[in-house]
Design a protein around this ligand. Sequence first.
Ligand code: PGA
Length: 250
Amino acid sequence: MRRPLIAGNWKMFKTIPETVTTLTQLKKNVADVHHCEIAVCPPFTALAAAWGVLKGTNVHLGAQNCHWEEKGAYTGEVSVAMLADAGCKHVIAGHSERRQYFGETDESVNKRMFAALKGGLIPIVCIGETLQEREKGVTFSVLETQVKKGMAGLDARQSGQIVIAYEPVWAIGTGKTATPQQAEEVHAFIRKLYADIYGSLASENVRVLYGGSVKPENVSELMQQKNIDGGLVGGASLEAETFTKIIKYK
Ligand code: PGA
C-alpha cells in the first residue's frame, strides 16, 4: 500500500518569523493526522527555523531544490548534505518554474535526483506538460520523455523510493485544476510507463502526486482516484488553516 504524501511548496514566500508562525499553527492542527505523510518546503533561508518548530513532529521538512555536487565553487547553490543538515527529508527536483525560468532540463533534473538519493533525501521529481503541448495533443509523449530522461538509471531500490509529482503547467497557480478524471488518466499512464521501465514492483510502490491548484474544495475527489497518491500544493499551502483542510481531505 502506498502511503499518501501531502507536500506544501512555499516557493519564494515567507520570512523566518512568518514561517515560524505558520508552522507552529500547522503542527498543532495536524498532530492527530495518521492517514498521510505531511511535508512542507519553505525557502532555504527559513529551513533551519522551520526545523526548530517541526523536529519530532509528523510534519516533515523539504527543500525546493538542490545542487548535484557535494561541495565546491558553485555560488548560489545548496548541496544535499546542507539540506540534510538543516533537517530536510525531501527535496523537490525539476519543478516547472525551474524548468521555465532557470534552464532546468531533464538531464539536470536527473543529476539532482541522484544527488538527493545518494545523500539520503527523497526526491520529489516534477513533470508536466504546458497548455500548448496539451492542445497539440502531445501530453503523453512529453511526459514519456520527462520520465525516461529525467528518471533514467535508477536501480531497483531507488525506483520505488522516489516520489513523482505530475503538475500540468497550465494548472499551476492559475486556479484551473485538471479534473480528477484528466489527472487520473495521466497518473495511470505514468504508472504504466514506470512499470514498463522499472517493473511492476517499483510501479506499485512509487508515489505519484498531483500538483496544480489543489484546494480544500477539490482535494478529496482528486485523492479518491486510484493512481493519485497525494498532492504537491503551492498557493493553498501558505496558510495553516487552508493547508490543514487539504491535509485532512478524508
Ligand atoms: P499551486 O502550485 O498549488 O499554487 O498551483 C503547485 C506547485 O507549483 O507545486
